[in-house]
Write a protein of this length. Sequence first.
Length: 381
Amino acid sequence: MTKSLRWVLAILAFGTLSAGVLRAQDMTGTWQGLLQAGGRELRTVVKITKEDAGGLRAVLYLFAADQPGAQGIAGTSTVDAGTVRMSFAAAGVNYEGRLGADGNSITGTATVGPNKNPLNLARATGDAVWAIPAGPAALTPMAATAKPGFEVATIKPSRPEAQGKGFTMRGRQVLTINTHFNDLMTFAYGVHARQIVNAPDWASKDRYDVTGLPDIEGQPNIDQFRTMVQKLLADRFKLTFHRDRQELSVYALVVGRDGPKLTRSGGDPNGPPGLIFRGLGVLPGVNASMTDFANVMQGAVMDRPVVDQTGITGKYDFTLTWTPDESQFGGLGVRVPPPPDNATAPNLFTAIQEQLGLRLESTKAPAEVLVIDRVEKPTEN
């Protein structure tokens, strides 16, 4: 497990357990232990309660002692003949352990992608139970009809040694990190870099960090974040463009022969998706549509546009785990190392079929392109 796996900071996962040959009351209570990950000790707390139907419900908290808050992630768990298994698909986390003879310890392993880390749990009661850190107060969402811009935006050249790139929000603050003009365009308009036509040479070379606040109260959702970047491009980069269509090489995302293998999300159907890579080749999806998934794959992973042709509506939770190759992750500005000899995860195309019940088909299709009419380098501030 590497420091790039953001899940190590804070994860709250929910699951259910079926008791198998164990009595439900044998497992109920609070279990905790220390997980070594990324050079840090992570406190791990599992609270298990009995459900009315006779099964067991588990809540997993995984957090650093100095990291406030935890994020809720749905999952499933089972207990059979003394073997405890938990699979939290949306977090890309799997756990398997053996219940001790005294019923008060579990010896096991937590797995994220190809990485396995020992995690032993023991019952805890009373004052010995670790306090779960409370998360920050939720921000009030921006009105759904709002079309925000930046109240003020700072654009600075990125550090030359900076690696990777990203778009994120910290409370109301909106940031882009190590992004060039083409990155801003692909994010703002939901296209692949190959769908940008007539951009100048510097548009894919000069990298910038953008920081600012929206000019409307509340926290923007992902679409409002895109709107902010669109207005930034017009204001600070003097962008004008027109739309056209060209036949391009694309990947079509379609349903597999045996149908999709997706879990419908219990989250807010109008809420934002959660699609954050937890290392190269591990993509948990929370409250994500197939269009959301296609956009993330084309923006970060694939070398050509990805077109959603599944016809699947709604929001879903899933985790996709694969062994990436050197053709992938150009959108994140990352060079993929050769796969290890002992890699166990399949390649991307096989993983999508086996884990999601979908397929990526290479084809040619008419696709929208954005033709640049005018763009200027931004002035620094």
